[in-house]
Write a protein that binds this ligand. Structure first.
Ligand SMILES: C[S@@+](CC[C@H](N)C(=O)[O-])C[C@H]1O[C@@H](n2cnc3c(N)ncnc32)[C@H](O)[C@@H]1O
Length: 413
């Protein structure tokens, strides 16, 4: 047999399409210091995540199609649910390897970020206190009762979840969230992790060009990554972010001030009970990557409260990963569901199967006012050229989301 290896043309060089370097992240005045080795650890984890999504996960799909599905179907007939798919995949080594490594990178990312912030806790906490004490744009409630669905688990393996305060004024949790998010997203959210909020602002400008909100309420605002872009896009609006996590809010105001965003206020409150706000007092109610952290009962209350506080003609928008529909293959639903079972996101699975249109209509919105759209993170493409790489489908992690919302009918007034 002729050996044609010597004459074979070399494969054309492909540009490396890995995540950008960690050193490109935007270091605002509240950002923790990240040493050379710590940055490299985040770089390693970002590359590992990209490798898992682009090189290992396709192998899981092949294993599913060639081994798992045929074996299951032979014995039981076709899969009936994503849960059956997951249970069958759990026995397959391809899924086991991908899933174990994905979990391990998440745990490592949290421990890496935790160490970055704990070793400089005194400085970070002092800086946050200096920027926020006495500022009436921060309202914390020392008697706040954090909902059980938040205290029951450490969400996405994040030690202490969103609410834990190790000492008065502690912001090490949110500083970890902020500085380590790059490792999970590979820079796909941009320099300030705000590509989602920028995308929402752009979507509103393009789809509702006459909409000029005066008051915007963001529920579950976290440390404000996706709130500041709304405040920046509508500088004359008063923007209010509420969250259950006191440390997130303190860091949020400190970060906003460090970034020069002044028209935003952070309040510790439960999104299920917005009684501090009058009926029809906001033009826009926004939630971003928030609903999946709550519960079915909570969502019903949140939707009803959103309808109440909105002015007639106002809008509510929820940004989340896509809902599971009958059109979505069960394999894809199962992989998207991974976070519910292996990444401490207990409500993720139920939230993604709920009929959100129905829930909004039950909350008082009219069917013809329901809004559906899609957004993809807006990032600086020169700095993050491969961040929004469409070819890499990291189910449940991709920086592209569905927008589900409603306009409050003027007649409802
Ligand atoms: C995944 S984070 C998203 C944060 C932010 N929206 C963003 O886009 O970066 C979810 C946030 O929702 C908050 N949260 C969950 N349930 C809540 C509730 N009932 N009331 C207020 N905040 C809540 C958590 O404390 C957490 O900060």
């Amino acid at each position: 047999m002729p050996d044609d290896r010597a004459s074979a043309k070399p494969a054309p060089a492909r540009p490396y399409d890995g995540p950008p370097d960690y050193r490109l992240v935007g270091r605002h005045g509240m950002y923790p210091q990240v040493s050379h080795d710590e940055a490299e650890r985040f770089n390693f984890l970002a590359h590992m995540n990209r490798h898992l999504a682009s090189k290992v996960l396709p192998g899981v799909q092949t294993a599913f199609e060639r081994r798992v599905e045929p074996a299951f179907t032979k014995e039981n007939g076709p899969f009936k649910s994503r849960h059956e798919v997951r249970k069958a995949l759990l026995k397959d080594p391809a899924f086991q390897i991908w899933s174990a490594l994905r979990r391990a990178t998440m745990e490592q990312r949290q421990q890496a970020g935790r160490w970055v912030t704990l070793r400089q806790a005194a400085e970070l906490n002092a800086k946050a206190l200096e920027l926020t004490e006495g500022d009436d744009r921060l309202e914390l409630d020392p008697n706040f009762d954090v909902p059980r669905y938040l205290t029951a688990v450490d969400h996405h393996c994040m030690p202490g979840s969103y609410h834990t305060e190790l000492a008065y004024g502690d912001v090490t949790g949110p500083a970890n969230y902020d500085s380590g998010l790059f490792a999970t997203t590979g820079g796909a959210l941009g320099r300030y992790n705000d590509g989602g909020g920028q995308a929402v602002a752009k979507w509103v400008r393009e789809n509702l060009p006459d909409f000029q909100p005066k008051r915007i309420l963001d529920l579950g605002c976290g440390l404000g990554h996706n709130v500041l872009p709304l405040a920046q896009a509508f500088p004359d609006a008063e923007v209010v972010g509420i969250d259950a996590g006191g440390p997130m809010l303190r860091y949020g105001l400190a970060r906003a001030k460090a970034l020069g965003v002044e028209n935003v206020k952070f309040i510790q409150a439960d999104a299920e009970d917005l009684s501090r706000f009058a009926d029809e007092s906001f033009d826009w109610v926004q939630t971003t990557m928030f609903l999946h952290e709550t519960s079915k009962k909570a969502m019903e209350k949140i939707f009803a409260e959103s309808a109440r506080v909105l002015k007639p003609g106002g809008i509510v928008l929820h940004v989340e990963q896509p809902q599971y529909t009958d059109e979505m293959p069960l394999y894809e639903q199962c992989i998207r569901d991974w976070d519910a079972f292996y990444n401490n996101e207990p409500f993720w699975t139920t939230m993604h199967e709920i009929d959100l249109d129905d829930l909004m209509i039950k909350a008082g919105f009219k069917k013809d006012g329901v809004i559906h759209g899609g957004v993809a993170a807006v990032v600086d493409a020169k700095l993050f050229p491969s961040a929004g790489d469409d070819k890499v489908e990291d189910y449940g992690r991709k920086a592209a989301w569905h927008v589900i919302g409603a306009t409050k009918s003027a007649e409802a007034a």
